[in-house]
Design a protein around this ligand. Structure first.
Ligand SMILES: C[S@@+](CC[C@H](N)C(=O)[O-])C[C@H]1O[C@@H](n2cnc3c(N)ncnc32)[C@H](O)[C@@H]1O
Ligand SMILES: [Zn+2]
Length: 297
C-alpha cells in the first residue's frame, strides 16, 4: 500500500476520515483496519456481505486472469486509456489526482491505467492516487501482485469508503453501477467512464450455450452507443465510443478460460459445459460501448 497523501478514505463504520501508518488505517473514533501483508486493506464490514466469500469466486478470477494474460482484451484497455487521457485534460488537476476503478476484479485495467496516468503526470510531485475496489478478497489478493502503487481495497460498492466529492475520475468495467453513489463520489467536473457489453458481445460463444439468441445486425454496436445507460441529472454524457473487434481462440484452454470468467458458465448446465469443452477453435466478437460522463458543477 502506498503512503497516503490527503487520503479520501473514510471509516466504513462512522464515516470519519481515515489516517494510516505503515500497519493500519484508523479513525478518530478508534476503528482500525490492518494493512494485509499483500498490501490491501479490508474495509468490508460483516453486515455488508451476503455470503462468506462475496463477489467473483477464486475459479472465476483464475479463469479471467489466464484469459486476460493472453491479451485478447488489450483493445478494451487501449480504448479505455485513450478515453481517460482525453478527458483528463478537462479535469482541473489538484495534486494528487484521485482515480478509482470500482469492481476492479484482479486489476487488469486498474494497474495499466495507473501506469499510463503516472507517465503523463510526471511534472507533479504527488501525481496520483489510484484506488482499486472490489468485494472479492481473492480478486484483490491477485490485484496486489500487479502494481503496489495502486491502493487495493476490499469494499462494497453500494457504500464505498470514500468521502463525498473526493474523486476526479471513476471507471467501471463490466460491473453494475449505482448512479447516486457515483454522483456522491465525484468532484464537480469529475469524469466517469462506464464500459458495458452490447448485444453482440461474445455472441458466438453464447450461441453454443443458449438456443434463443437473436443475432443483431452489424449496426447494433454503433446504434447502442447513443443509448445512455445512466440517467442522473448531475451526470452529463459527454462522449461515447463503440468497440467492435473479433478474437480467435485456438486452444481449448483459452476457450475454457473465457467461458469460466463469464456468468454464462455459472448459469449453464453440465451438458453445455461438456459442449464447450469439446471446442478447439472459437472466433467470437467483442462488442462494447464506452460511455463517458462529467459530473455537473
Ligand atoms: C465481471 S467482473 C469485472 C472485473 C473488472 N472490472 C474487469 O473488467 O476485469 C465484476 C466484479 O465486480 C465485483 N463486484 C460485484 N458486486 C460488487 C459489490 N457490491 N461491491 C464491490 N465489488 C463487486 C466482483 O467481485 C467482480 O470482481
Ligand atoms: Zn470510525
Amino acid at each position: 500500500m502506498s503512503q497516503t497523501v490527503n487520503s479520501p478514505l473514510v471509516c466504513p463504520v462512522c464515516r470519519e476520515a481515515l489516517q494510516n501508518n505503515d500497519r493500519s488505517y484508523y479513525c478518530p473514533q478508534g476503528h482500525s483496519f490492518d494493512i494485509a501483508r499483500q498490501g490491501y486493506v479490508n474495509l468490508l464490514l460483516s453486515h455488508q456481505r451476503r455470503s462468506k466469500h462475496p463477489g467473483d469466486s477464486k475459479e472465476m478470477i483464475k479463469a479471467r486472469q489466464a484469459f486476460l494474460a493472453e491479451g485478447h482484451y488489450l483493445p478494451i484497455y487501449t480504448a479505455l486509456e485513450q478515453l481517460a487521457l482525453k478527458h483528463l485534460k478537462n479535469v482541473e488537476t489538484n495534486s494528487p489526482l484521485q482515480v478509482a476503478d470500482l469492481g476492479c476484479g484482479e486489476g487488469y485495467y486498474t494497474h495499466q491505467l495507473d501506469k499510463a496516468l503516472r507517465k503523463v503526470l510526471t511534472e507533479h510531485k504527488n501525481p496520483l492516487q489510484t484506488w482499486g475496489i472490489d468485494i472479492s478478497k481473492d480478486a484483490i489478493i491477485n490485484a496486489c501482485k500487479h502494481n503496489s502503487k495502486v491502493n487495493w481495497l476490499i469494499a462494497n460498492l453500494s457504500q464505498t469508503p470514500f468521502a463525498d466529492h473526493s474523486m476526479d475520475m471513476i471507471t467501471v468495467l463490466f460491473c453494475p453501477i449505482n448512479a447516486q453513489e457515483l454522483v456522491r463520489l465525484l468532484k464537480p467536473g469529475g469524469i466517469f467512464i462506464f464500459v458495458k457489453p452490447d448485444a453482440k458481445h461474445l455472441i458466438q460463444l453464447r450461441e453454443h450455450i443458449y438456443s434463443d439468441i437473436k443475432g443483431q445486425d452489424e449496426n447494433t454496436a454503433i446504434e447502442k452507443t447513443t443509448d445512455n445507460p445512466v440517467h442522473h441529472p448531475q451526470l452529463k454524457l459527454i462522449d461515447t465510443q463503440a468497440l467492435f473487434h473479433s478474437i480467435s481462440l485456438d486452444t481449448p484452454e483459452s476457450i475454457q478460460a473465457l467461458f469460466k470468467m463469464t456468468p454464462h458458465y455459472w448459469r449453464s448446465k453440465p451438458e453445455k459445459h461438456k459442449k464447450i469443452e469439446q471446442l478447439s477453435q472459437l472466433d467470437t466478437d467483442i462488442s462494447l460501448s464506452f460511455f463517458c460522463y462529467q459530473r455537473e458543477h
